[in-house]
Design a protein around this ligand. Structure first.
Ligand SMILES: [Zn+2]
Length: 363
């Protein structure tokens, strides 16, 4: 096993193999063949000598490293030589580095911790390497919050209960809006949320819903925020449809503003939430071929301080108002399942872009 210097240390090559043949041997009759044989043997001898020197160099390496740690040179044959550094260990799959080249000699190869010049050192993991399996969101947790609940309208007392919204109190939840034809915001948000989840899962993310058509009403806004916090979400998106004046059209993303009240402090999430919001604006516009709202915000971004779901979040979070359900054009699109699929893809790709460009928080 040439790569193991200790094997050669225990069993050095026999000296006669290292001797070049004697020139001018009188007992050889065929001189042409003899000359050719000499050249072959000479080359072989040079290679053997080079190999021995190389193994001596490797042996010197092997003796030097263990002696650094325990002060002795007693090493069990077959033990591996400590790698010079983690990168070379990775490059060799955890095996001992090969002996130094003959040209470097034992003297230059014996320093502990010095990487032999001829050992290729590959970077352990090139930056930007995709996660195993090629899923860009592998290892990421995304919380999707389908706004409102179709059952809220039948539980007005429950959703009217006042809860903390970040230094002030507010209704537990709202019923949400609807199109003039009666397609409700709560129906819309759950449908788009489900479609978004499918895309995110395909991208490798772990997806958590704040509710999943599994409860009669709610949850309250403080619980919606708490679910994202307790999931240690890398990103949270609350999906909504707006109910503005009929002339208003387009989507917008709501990002948190500065709130410091009691235990509420939105400071740590302001910048990453804005990055998430910007990524969503870009991706949503592209996927749906719709424009940012013409009636609110700036270039698709609106900053608000009155939303408990944002104020109470300790992880990057935004709301997206996918359109104005009271606008005829927006309502037509939002009622169309094909457009809702595009909306879901826009949301998922925006989250993906935010999580894969390094603009997220260092946590
Ligand atoms: Zn809403």
């Amino acid at each position: 096993m040439p790569s193991d210097p200790w094997e050669s240390f225990d069993s050095p090559p026999r000296p006669r193999n290292r001797n070049p043949p004697s020139p001018g041997n009188p007992y050889e009759a065929r001189r042409d063949e003899q000359a050719a044989g000499q050249r072959r043997r000479t080359r072989t001898a040079v290679l053997v000598v080079a190999g021995v020197l190389a193994l001596v160099g490797g042996t010197a390496l092997a003796v030097e490293w263990p002696s650094k740690g325990d002060g002795g040179v007693e090493v069990v044959a077959g033990s591996t030589v400590p790698p010079a550094d983690p990168a070379s260990a990775a490059a060799t799959g955890g095996q001992a580095p090969p002996p130094a080249a003959v040209s470097d000699g034992p003297a230059t190869a014996a320093s502990p911790g010095q990487t032999p010049a001829t050992v290729p050192v590959a970077p352990a993991t090139p930056p930007g390497t995709p996660a195993p399996g090629g899923k860009p969101l592998a290892g990421k947790t995304v919380v999707i919050d389908p706004g409102h609940n179709p059952g809220n309208s039948k539980h007005t007392a429950e959703i009217g209960r006042q809860v903390d919204a970040g230094g002030f109190r507010k209704n537990c939840d709202e019923t949400g809006t609807e199109t003039n034809a009666g397609y409700t915001e709560a129906q819309f948000t759950l449908d788009v949320a489900n479609r978004t989840r499918a895309v995110l899962v395909e991208l490798g993310a772990k997806v958590v819903f704040t509710w999943d058509d599994d409860r009669a009403w709610g949850p309250c806004v403080d619980e919606r925020a708490r679910i994202g916090n307790e999931a240690h979400a890398d990103a949270v998106v609350s999906i909504h449809g707006d109910g503005a004046a009929a002339s208003g059209t387009g989507f917008h993303v709501i990002v948190p503003g500065t709130i410091t009240a009691g235990t509420t402090d939105t400071g740590p999430i302001l910048v990453p939430s804005r990055s998430l919001g910007d990524a969503l604006v870009q991706a949503f516009a592209k996927a749906t071929a719709t424009k940012p709202a013409n009636y609110i915000g700036t270039a698709g971004i609106d900053v608000r301080k009155d939303l408990g779901g944002l104020n109470l979040s300790t992880v990057p979070k935004v709301f997206i108002e996918c359109g104005n359900m009271r606008n005829s054009g927006d309502a037509r699109r939002m009622t169309d399942p094909t457009w809702r699929q595009s909306a879901a893809e826009g949301i998922a790709y925006g989250i993906r872009d935010y999580l894969t460009t390094g603009s997220g928080p260092a946590r």
